[in-house]
Ligand binder design. Structure first.
Ligand SMILES: [Zn+2]
Length: 63
């Protein structure tokens, strides 16, 4: 994770908690080891979320 302030790659996770009841979103508090900036990230597990399917193939005909 890159620091939003100084773009250092060296950061420490201070706190971690699951946000959603489905446990697919993790909130992490991070602190940069270089400039001590703190920020929060939300990490989402890809592939574990219900995304409304819009992918009905339009070329198909029902006969
Ligand atoms: Zn920094």
């Amino acid at each position: 994770m890159i620091c939003p302030n100084c773009e250092s790659r060296s950061s420490t996770v201070k706190d971690k908690r699951l946000v959603s009841p489905q446990k697919v979103v993790t909130r992490r508090r991070r602190e940069c080891n270089e400039c001590k900036t703190r920020w929060t990230t939300h990490e989402v597990l890809a592939g574990n979320i219900d995304i409304p399917e819009q992918s009905r193939r339009s070329g198909e005909k029902e006969t």
